[in-house]
Design a protein around this ligand. Sequence first.
Ligand code: 3Y8
Ligand code: NAP
Length: 254
Amino acid sequence: MPAAPRPNLLILGGTTEASALAVAVAARGLAATLSYAGRTAAPRAQPVPVRIGGFGGAAGLADWMRERAITHLIDATHPFAARMSEHAVAGARQAGVPLIALGRPAWRPVSGDRWTHVPDIAGAVAALPSPPERIMLALGRMHVDAFAARPQHRYLLRFVDNPSILPGLPHHDLVVDRGPFTEDGDVALMRAHGIQRIVCKNAGGTGAAAKLAAARILGLPVVMIDRPTLPPRLEVETVAAVLDWIDHGADRGV
Ligand code: 3Y8
Ligand code: NAP
C-alpha cells in the first residue's frame, strides 16, 4: 500500500474561521495555501501562503488543484459566498480532491430580539417601512444600491474599504471599518446615528454578531436576511474537526 502523500491543503478563506484554521495548520507545519477572491484592498495577513483572485469557475479551480497536487480542499468561505461553495463542490469532484466545509451555525433569535426574516436582498428592501427612518445597512458594499428603491430613508453604511464609486443612495452616512466588531462599539455607533432599524445577513459566527447584541440592548428591529441554499457537502463547525478529517476522515472518502 503506497504511503498517502503529505497533505497539501487549499483553504478557501475570507472568514474568521478560515483565519483560525490557517493558524492551526501553520502551527502543525502542514503545507497550505489560503485563497481570497480579492474583494478587499488589504486582506488580513496569513501565516500560510496566500493567493488572491478567482480561479475561473469550477474547472479553473480543478486545474489549479491538479497543477499544485492539492490533497484536501477546505471551503471556509462565508455562508453567503454561495457561488464559490458551488464551485468548490464541482471543482473537488472534477479534480478528485476530498472536500470539507468549515461553517458556522446560523444566528438564532433570543428573548428581546425583534427580527423579521426575509429570503434575500430584494426581500429586505420590500420589508422596509414607508415612513422615513434611519437604517443601518450592515451588508457591506456589494448590495447597497438595491436600497435606492427606498430613497426616503437615511442609511448608515459600513464598508471594509473606502469605495471608489460613491453609493447610489441619496441620504447616507458611511463608516469604513473591518470587523470583528464589538458590542460597545456597535451600540455607540447606532446611538450616534440615531439608528431605528438594522438590516443584516444571517452570517453566523462571532465576527459580526455584535450588531445583534447592540440592537437587542437598544430595542431595535432587525431585518434578517436568511442564508442562500448551499450544495450538499461534508460540513463541520470547528477547526479541530477539520484537522481530524485531514488526519483520518479524508482517506475514508467521507
Ligand atoms: C475579502 C478579508 C478575518 C475575517 C474577518 C466573519 C467576520 C470580519 C463581519 C457588519 C458586517 C460583511 C462583509 C463582514 C464581516 C469578518 C471577516 C467579516 C460583514 C473580510 C475580507 C474580505 C471580505 C469581503 C467582504 C464583502 C462584504 C463582507 C463586509 C480581509 C474583511 C458585510 C458580510 O467591499 C466589498 O466588496 C466587501 C465585500 C464580501 C459583503 C458585501 O456584500 O459587501 N465581506 N471581508 C475576502 C476575499 O477577497 O476573498 O479583507 O481581511 C473578511 C471578514 N468580513 O480573517 O478576520 O468571519 O464573517 N464582511 C456579512 O457578514 O454580512 C460586515 O458591518 O456588521
Ligand atoms: P461568491 O459570490 O460566492 O463568489 C463569486 C466568485 O468570486 C467565485 O465564483 C470565485 O470566482 C470568486 N471567489 C469567491 N471567493 C473566493 C475565494 N475565497 N478565493 C478565490 N476566489 C473566490 O463570493 P462572495 O460572496 O463575493 O465572497 C467573496 C469572498 O468574500 C469570499 O472569500 C468570502 O469568504 C468572503 N466574504 C463574503 C461575505 C459575503 O457576505 N458574501 C462575507 C464575508 C466574507 P471564480 O468563479 O473565478 O473562481
